[in-house]
Design a protein around this ligand. Sequence first.
Ligand code: BG6
Length: 467
Amino acid sequence: HEELKSFPEGFLWGASTSAYQVEGAWNEDGKGPSVIDMAKYPEGTSDFKVASDHYHRYKEDVALFAEMGLKAYRFSVAWTRIFPQGTGEINQKGIAFYDSLINELLEHNIEPIVTIYHFDLPYALQQKGGWLNRETIDAYVNYAKTLFTYFGNKVKYWLTINEQNMMILHGSNIGVFDKNIQNQRKELFQQNHNMFVAQAKVIKMCHEMCPNAKIGPAPNISSIYPASCKPEDVLAANNFSSIRNWLYLDIPVFGRYNSVAWSYMEEKSYTPTVQDDDMEIIASGKPDFIAFNYYRTTTVTKNEYDNYLADSRDEQPLDTAESGVYTVSSNPHLEKTQFNWEIDPVGFRVTLRELNERYNLPLLVTENGLGALDRLEDGDVINDDYRIEYLRKHIEQARLAITDGVQLIGYCPWSAIDLVSTHEGFSKHYGFIYVNRDESDLKDLRRIKKKSFYWYKKTIASNGEIF
Ligand code: BG6
């Protein structure tokens, strides 16, 4: 391209976190336990009790975000700070914390982008069946209503549910880590349906209660490649696109189940029970934009292991394989991170185009980033050139996608500051700001600006010029 379009005016250059991964203070000021707090973690891996201690240091953190030049900060509210048992009495100390965080952001001219629910379901609700129980729908709606009541006049961007598709595709791996609690696939798709109903109700309510705000879903979306041009592989990729990606966006945007995903569920006897008004409710909650998280593409083949998989079907998470439908394989053309994640900036452009063509809505990138074993060097220096490289290449591709006509409104990489990874502990660093602790030794938790901090600051200041 000779004439690259610029990032649009008011572009939301941001960065992201989630409550349980960054806050700590897991049982302070009336907070109740979430599924995350009650889960068991592999030996030697950090839990989430202290995390990055952001709950106590948020003012210092926001000042650093402002110094970096962030225009937006995407974070989540811990449901159990507002309703310790998921429902019931509001915990005013929880409201006070987020009120103060939001005020702090606004004073620094940073737009808050708030995720209502990011994996940390209240444990009290989980004990009553979690998302299998339709009372959880009401609890979520009531919780969201409370957020809109208190913060609806200050927050302009809301996200309903973070990575609903990953919660379903990973089964027990996200949320409840206890490997003994393995959801059967049929149950997973019922939970999925109940979340869709809950999400639609909340989108509709947001439009009624906060007419100046915008709201959207935040799944993990990435293009699916066939491992070869064998038509069977292409079909497998097409299957997985529907089951992994489009199912989660056709529901909110078009108000209907993706037909390939639905026929797959029928074939496997996984179809959820859909109550009388459910589809009407679903069709009534249309998002204003699509937020999505992108880390890497996925490559699939036709399933070669039918017999083997038929025996162990319910033990495989759906992001690995589904008998006769797809098997996830690897892409020999891509390099990998230290944690074995393929790196695919061009795939980011492809994903942006696909979303644009399919849904024709503004897009907001709510996660993208590189997990690495960062090293603190003498003189408080972290030379994370690999992270700069990863982000630069993705920003370049985002700009090409904008030139292609994609309506991209913001880019919020993961993560604003170091935090605990979902299941790989604290040594898997993502942040622009280093937090001085390791898996078990909390050290002094002090904040140190990484090389990528200075680089991102320059990138934002120049509205995405490439350095
Ligand atoms: C996304 C989640 O799946 O990816 C985040 O929304 C998560 O919560 C991020 O931290 C990176 O994944 P991980 O497993 O490396 O922490």
